[in-house]
Design a protein around this ligand. Structure first.
Ligand SMILES: Nc1ncnc2c1ncn2[C@@H]1O[C@H](COP(=O)(O)OP(=O)(O)OP(=O)(O)O)[C@@H](O)[C@H]1O
Ligand SMILES: [Mg+2]
Length: 298
């Protein structure tokens, strides 16, 4: 019987490669025969756009319904909300309200061995729904949901938005390993510090052990900051830094989508790096060690 390991990918900095890392790792693990579930916990839904059901384009019939609703006295916003928002299928925002329905929300994807719990813009209302509902804890809904499906998957990978919300506290508390992708610039390093502090304080407050790893992404081959900072950060953070460096590559998504496949299957340095990362993480996940993270808290 399977008992999946949950890998959270988060950073309060935007555009550091969180979604790319989740999709590429899930694709790689899936190809190796591991059953994976991707949880899209970002209301911008990049992971869903990448591997989920592509929503149908808006067509004439819907426009007629919209006009009819307005004729009947509905406001434009109400009519749009009824037709566009209400008609979308369930997603993570529904699971956060009612974790017990997770199995109905999970979709199969075209990526081998990879399922998806999709997201949508509706997730922007979830924090309010969670605070308004005082009948159950607001921070362990995702853990409850994942407990229901854990036996079906080897790995569950969670993509986060950069925002620190109740949803992101849920994703942290549901995870065994939190990967923080970091670009080596000032803004992203600041984001790394805030993300580390937040992870460690969530761990402490909730007496939950989560392994923490830092992943350098978009590393420029001849970058000055990279040359200075990588050895220094490695010395300070030790094992917390993953060995694999994800290189910067121009237009990686386009290159991959041109061939209708993920980056990991492109014959590029970036593709090889994601394979290497997959292998490194499989080793890490075999023996999730946590003492380094604990040491940094003190
Ligand atoms: N190694 C790379 N080299 C160059 N560009 C990359 C690399 N990895 C990802 N990108 C591109 O950078 C952009 C941001 O990547 P991605 O969406 O994965 O980041 P993110 O952290 O999920 O962003 P957000 O915070 O907006 O969710 C995308 O256009 C992606 O194609
Ligand atoms: Mg993203």
């Amino acid at each position: 019987m399977k008992k999946s390991k949950v890998i959270n990918v988060s950073n309060v900095s935007g555009g550091v490669g969180k979604s790319t890392t989740v999709i590429e790792l899930a694709t790689y693990f899936g190809s190796k025969g591991y059953h994976c579930l991707v949880i899209d916990a970002d209301m911008q839904a990049s992971a869903t756009d990448c591997i989920g059901d592509k929503g149908l384009p808006i067509h004439d019939k819907e426009l007629k319904t919209l006009n009819k609703q307005i004729e009947q006295g509905n406001s434009v916003l109400k009519a749009l909300d009824n037709c566009l928002i209400e008609s979308v299928s369930s997603d993570l925002s529904d699971v956060m309200v009612e974790p017990e329905i997770i199995e109905e929300v999970i979709q199969k994807t075209e990526v081998h061995n990879v399922d998806l719990c999709p997201s949508s813009i509706r997730l922007c209302q979830t924090d309010k729904q969670l605070t308004d509902d005082i009948t159950r804890s607001a921070i362990n809904r995702l853990s409850i949901a994942l407990d229901i499906v854990k036996e079906k998957y080897d790995y569950i990978l969670i993509d986060n938005s950069p925002a620190q919300t109740l949803v992101s506290t849920n994703t942290l508390l549901a995870s065994d390993l939190n990967i923080i992708p970091v670009k080596l610039d000032r803004k992203s390093l600041k984001g790394m510090i805030l993300s580390l502090k937040n992870t460690l304080s969530v761990m402490k407050r909730n007496r939950k052990e989560i392994d923490v790893k830092i992943l350098f992404t978009m590393v420029a081959r001849r970058g000055r900051t990279e040359k200075l900072m990588i050895p220094w950060l490695k010395e300070q953070f030790g094992d917390m830094i993953l060995d694999t460096l994800i290189p910067y590559q121009k237009k990686p998504a386009q290159d991959a989508s041109l061939k209708n496949k993920q980056i990991v299957w492109t014959n590029t340095t970036l593709g090889f790096a994601y394979k290497e990362l997959g292998e490194e993480l499989l080793r890490v996940l075999e023996g999730v060690e946590n003492d380094k993270a604990a040491r940094i808290i003190q």
